[in-house]
Design a protein around this ligand. Structure first.
Ligand code: MG
Ligand code: MG
Length: 249
């Protein structure tokens, strides 16, 4: 369970994978509107990645049958794209992974569909901000759980709750490497952050209670109280200074 440090050369390749993920998110953003099905978004991303010599990392990962995870409203993560049409007032979390030249980029965003109520808009905005609060600590000499703690503190200060059962992770040639990166916990625990670590930081934040359950398809995670959930994730590199976001255009 060693943390695999990446060289500058490897991180440059990971930025290419990450850019393709970010471009996929932009494509999704442009196509999201009431009436679009989540399967259409899945196909769009798969076609885009393959046409850029990348592999949709999720497809076939532990048997996952699609290229993106599309999680609507009370779905937290691992939602299946389907013929469900998005409706005004929905929020949809889209998680995308791309493998390019053997390295993975992993990023998730939650989008608003049409007119969305204030509770959901606040949830989506605060989830994104919790990521940025977390990465203020994504540098030496902080320790891993300083990121986790900052995310939790912020999310809870906003009246929201942090999912416990799913966490962030190291990223490299594999999508999931050591270490696990929880979005909750006490500060000053775990490994010290050092240059060359590449991490997917990914708060999953609920409007209601933090408890979740898995649906009968064996994948889709939903909130137990049916209240909405949001997700915000980037793959980042720890450097000798500020963290570098790899999953940006
Ligand atoms: Mg992801
Ligand atoms: Mg991830």
């Amino acid at each position: 369970n060693m943390i695999i440090l990446k060289t500058r050369r490897e991180i440059e390749i990971m930025k290419k994978a990450g850019s393709l993920v970010a471009q996929s998110h932009e494509l999704v953003r442009k196509h999201i509107k009431p009436g679009v099905t989540t399967k259409e978004l899945d196909q769009l991303v798969e076609d885009f990645l393959r046409s850029h010599n990348a592999i949709p990392t999720f497809k076939g990962y532990n048997g996952f049958p699609f290229s993106i995870c599309a999680s609507v409203n009370e779905e937290v993560v691992h939602g299946f794209p389907s013929n469900r049409k998005l409706q005004t007032g929905d929020i949809i979390s889209v998680d995308i992974g791309a493998t390019f030249e053997g390295y993975v980029g992993d990023s998730a965003k939650t989008f608003l569909v049409g007119d969305v109520d204030e509770e959901k808009r606040h949830l989506v905005e605060a989830t994104k901000q919790s990521f940025y609060e977390g990465i203020k600590f994504a540098k030496a000499p902080y320790r891993l759980s300083d990121i986790s703690h900052a995310i939790q503190q912020y999310a809870e200060s906003q009246g929201l709750s942090v999912v416990r059962d799913y966490v962030g992770h190291g990223v490299g040639k594999k999508m999931h490497e050591s270490p696990q990166v929880p979005n909750f916990g006490k500060p000053n625990k775990g490994p010290r952050l050092q240059e060359g670590m590449v991490l997917a930081i990914e708060p999953m934040i609920n409007a209601g209670v933090y408890n979740v359950k898995v649906l009968e398809n064996g994948w889709t995670v939903v909130t137990v109280d049916g209240k909405p959930s949001a997700h915000y994730e980037h793959t980042i590199a720890i450097t000798d200074g500020e963290p570098e976001l790899l999953t940006i255009v």
